[in-house]
Design a protein around this ligand. Structure first.
Ligand code: NDP
Length: 243
């Protein structure tokens, strides 16, 4: 039987790129989304059954159009991984509110957008999985992360709410909450003080690095369970991470 369609947001770097490689090696047809299309196209993938679209997840119409195009070719989406996200560290007393808005728009609205696109069909078919990439900052607090923490607590809250809502239709909503990892996430931080504190925290734990490939393995583990088993949440961090 042909494998079903997997959609991954934020596939141009970090965890999303690692997930793309994991599922590509297993032969799944995929739609990979991010704004930097060239970066996705440069990934070491077999692109024969991979489609790529330049989509900002805050633009629901573009997000929907890309998924509909891929579904015409590969059938209904069976797994959506809402992975796209931004972390702009800063102290709430002086951080530009535009940065709060960007985190809430991408990390919360982007996830809601994706779920609204795929869930009606999944619940109709009584089959399908959504995995939202939250963070340990979705369940505990970190200094200089106020708006990010707000956005990721949001992801935890909305994921569990929607999981309850669609559980009766045999649709799985799950979360992976990673700890600190080496990706491009920090490259967008503009507050040099907050960045220095974050780096010092990492150094104090021996320069911890959670390899993105293990986050990809966690998502795959959730997905490979039978449809009637839902691993609701995996928290995954480097062993040396203390918080
Ligand atoms: P990266 O910065 O490497 O990847 C982020 C991805 O999100 C990129 O592919 C980026 O693509 C995409 N993205 C950002 N904004 C948008 C947007 N508006 N529309 C579409 N895509 C967007 O970081 P990570 O891989 O670390 O981040 C992935 C997820 O993991 C995020 O949700 C993050 O919060 C979470 N996380 C990360 C941790 C870490 O320490 N790295 C720890 C815990 C959670 P492009 O710029 O091309 O659009």
């Amino acid at each position: 039987m042909n494998k079903p369609l997997i959609v991954i947001t934020g596939a141009s770097s970090g965890f999303g790129a690692a997930m793309a490689q994991n599922f590509n090696q297993q032969g799944y047809p995929m739609l990979l989304l991010a704004r930097r299309v060239a970066r996705i196209k440069a990934l070491p993938l077999d692109f024969s059954n991979v489609r790529v679209a330049g989509v900002d997840v805050t633009d629901q119409a573009a997000f929907r159009a890309a998924i509909e195009t891929a579904e015409k070719e590969f059938g209904q989406t069976d797994l959506l991984v809402n992975n796209a996200g931004v972390m702009l560290l800063g102290n709430v007393m002086n951080q530009d509110p535009k940065q709060w808005q960007q985190m809430l728009d991408v990390n919360v609205m982007g996830v809601l957008n994706g779920m609204q696109i795929v869930l009606p069909e999944m619940t109709k078919r009584e089959h399908g999985t959504v995995v939202n990439i939250s963070s340990l900052a979705g369940k505990k607090t970190f200094v200089n992360h106020a708006a990010y923490v707000a956005s990721k607590f949001g992801v935890h809250g909305l994921s569990e709410t929607i999981r309850e809502e669609v559980s009766g239709k045999n649709v799985r909503v799950a979360m992976v909450a990673p700890g600190a990892a080496e990706t491009e996430l920090l490259t967008h931080v503009t507050d040099q003080g907050a960045l220095k504190d974050y780096q010092a925290w990492k150094d104090s734990m021996g320069g911890i690095t959670l390899d993105p490939k293990h986050v990809a393995e966690a998502v795959n583990f959730i997905y490979q369970m039978p449809q009637d088993v839902n691993i609701r949440e995996i928290d995954i961090a480097a062993t040396r991470q203390d918080s």
